[in-house]
Design a protein around this ligand. Structure first.
Ligand SMILES: Nc1nc2c(ncn2[C@@H]2O[C@H](COP(=O)(O)OP(=O)(O)OP(=O)(O)O)[C@@H](O)[C@H]2O)c(=O)[nH]1
Length: 574
């Protein structure tokens, strides 16, 4: 457990203990206050009660004298005054009787208690002729005096003598004693209550002192400790705050530095993208274009605004490649690999105007925001392709007639012979040499000879099938490969001869040559030219192309010897 946690638990226990002590002290103070209030209340009510008892018992003393006086007056007064005296005596004795009843059994209206102290009770009832008996006898004597007729009321009556003596002697002294007794008891009770009240006051004082010692003092000490802790926590917080501010300052400076570096980097990237000669395109999730530089705008005809947000393949991939491109990109999105990644290759692309053009595309992959992205740099290679085509044309085609040249022909012958071997079918090489071509050159110039060569090449192409090859071998020599003639020699030779015948007839038709002459108008020359044709068959044997060519040449030579405009099939015995 950490020291912080331990300190927290101690603080909580102290707070709980102080709260408990405080609550107990409050309850005790409240109880003592209530007890003090009750004792005060009791003192007051005791004093009230004592005063009422003393009053009533004092009045009994006065009433005993008064009734004795009225009883004597009643006997002494003239008859006319007697009813009034009789009435006053009756009132006094009734009041005395009611007061006696109240003093012995209690009367709330007079403020007299129901219970009697043992001393008082002894004084009232302690002996057969105790005060109660005396009072009751006296009241009875007065009442007996009251019911006597006027003529019976004489001063010598023993009843009057008894009344007078009882009232002035026994009753007065007994009632005096009773008043004193009541006063003594009241004072004793009040004194006791005052003592109790003093005890309550002292207890309250003691409790307050204890409260000061047991609650206030520990409370102040604890508060001091907490203040001390708060101070140290505040100091610690201030230290942390200062450290935090330092860290924030450092981080802010670092962020600003990075932000500047990022801005510079972005500017560099923007400059590269803007000034690059090659188109730069970035595609992200689902093949959507996210970057499209000005060179890409020039290349494809779409502005960056038009292109960004579009699917790259829908925009620039020719329709026939589109499905494959989509599938390839889906695989790339999953795994970040693909056959085209990190490669440079030539493909066709679509311009906004719908035209296809060749591009060289280099693709690299990178991960950004959890998605594989592809960066493509694109270059228009239309010119390069055209040049390549020209080079290819020059390398493999005859510049005058556009027919395949000797090099391409040799290549095709190898292929044809290989196919013949595979399929076990006959092929043939036709070797053609124009007859008496030289005089045309000599008579009308080289230009006229060229025109005838071009026309002858056209006629040869007309006679050839798609699968056959017509080539210019050199000078006025042409060669033709006939493929897939058949599995048997005789029909194959017949078929080759048929084609040769067709060619012979085609080439022997007159040529209309528009000859250009220097500083003279063009001139149309009609020229007749024929060709000598040698045929050599080949099939599933080990002959080399040169051998086959030699045979065809030899057969052509025999055709020449035979008078030209002839066809000869190579035969070993020839
Ligand atoms: N106009 C033109 N003439 C060419 C070209 N190449 C070769 N020749 C000429 O073609 C002629 C070939 O002549 P040859 O085949 O030897 O003789 P020929 O007159 O045809 O006679 P035979 O072949 O024996 O029937 C030569 O005069 C060459 O100069 C060319 O590209 N253009």
């Amino acid at each position: 457990m950490s020291s912080n946690m331990t300190a927290q638990i101690i603080d909580q226990n102290v707070a709980r203990s102080l709260t408990l002590r405080y609550v107990v002290a409050l309850i005790l103070v409240a109880s003592l206050s209530t007890a003090a209030w009750l004792s005060l209340h009791l003192v007051i009510s005791e004093q009230k009660s004592t005063a009422a008892i003393v009053n009533v018992s004092g009045r009994q003393r006065m009433l005993s004298q008064r009734t004795a006086l009225f009883a004597n007056l009643l006997a002494n007064s003239p008859t006319t005054e007697r009813p009034l005296i009789r009435e006053k005596l009756k009132d006094a004795i009734n009041l005395m009787e009611r007061s006696h009843e109240g003093l012995t059994h209690g009367d709330a209206s007079m403020g007299l208690p129901e219970t009697l102290s043992p001393a008082v009770r002894a004084m009232y009832y302690g002996a057969p002729d105790a005060l109660d008996h005396q009072v009751i006898s006296y009241i009875a004597a007065i009442k007996a005096w009251l019911i006597l007729e006027d003529h019976e009321l004489t001063l010598d009556k023993p009843l009057l003598k008894e009344i007078t003596e009882t009232a002035s002697t026994t009753l007065v002294s007994e009632l005096d004693k009773m008043v004193r007794q009541y006063q003594l008891e009241g004072e004793a009770s009040v004194s006791q209550l005052q003592k109790a009240e003093t005890i309550f006051w002292l207890s309250t004082l003691l409790l307050l002192i204890l409260e000061a010692i047991l609650i206030f003092h520990p409370f102040v000490r604890h508060v001091r400790i907490i203040f001390g802790k708060l101070q140290s926590v505040t100091d610690e917080l201030r230290l942390h705050h200062d450290q935090l501010e330092d860290t924030v300052r450092e981080r802010t400076a670092e962020l600003e530095h990075r932000s500047r570096a990022l801005a510079e980097s972005e500017e560099k990237f923007r400059l590269i993208g803007t000034n690059a000669k090659d188109g730069i395109i970035i595609i992200g999730e689902k093949g959507i274009i996210v970057y499209w530089n000005p060179a890409a705008e020039m290349l494809f005809g779409y502005s960056a605004n038009e292109a960004i947000g579009q699917n790259l393949h829908d925009l620039i991939t020719p329709e026939r490649y589109r499905e494959t491109a989509h599938k390839g990109f889906e695989r790339f999105q999953q795994f970040g690999v693909g056959s085209l990644i990190a490669q440079t290759f030539d493909i066709s692309a679509l311009h906004k105007n719908g035209e296809e053009f060749p591009i060289a595309l280099s693709i690299s992959a990178f991960m950004y925001k959890n998605h594989w992205h592809a960066l493509g740099t694109i270059r228009d290679i239309t010119e390069r392709k055209q040049m390549e085509e020209q080079v290819r044309q020059l390398a493999f085609y005859d510049a005058l007639t556009n027919l395949p040249n000797r090099r391409l022909f040799n290549d095709r012958l190898k292929q044809s012979m290989a196919a013949s071997r595979r399929n076990n079918t006959y092929g043939a090489v036709l070797f053609l040499d124009l007859d008496n071509f030289k005089p045309l050159n000599d008579t009308y110039g080289h230009n006229a000879g060229d025109l005838l060569l071009i026309e002858a090449a056209e006629r040869l192409k007309q006679c050839a099938r798609e699968m056959d090859t017509v080539a210019r071998f050199g000078g006025d020599e042409f060669v033709m490969i006939l493929n897939d003639l058949g599995a048997h020699i005789t029909p194959s030779a017949a078929l080759a001869s048929l084609v040769a015948e067709k060619i012979r007839i085609s080439l022997s038709a007159p040529y209309l040559l528009e000859v250009k002459q220097e500083e003279q108008p063009d001139r149309v020359v009609v020229h007749h030219c024929t060709a000598s044709i040698g045929i050599a068959l080949f099939i599933n044997h080990d002959d080399k192309p040169n051998e086959v060519m030699k045979r065809a040449d030899e057969a052509m030579y025999h055709a020449k010897l035979a008078g030209r405009n002839q066809i000869r099939l190579y035969e070993p015995k020839v």
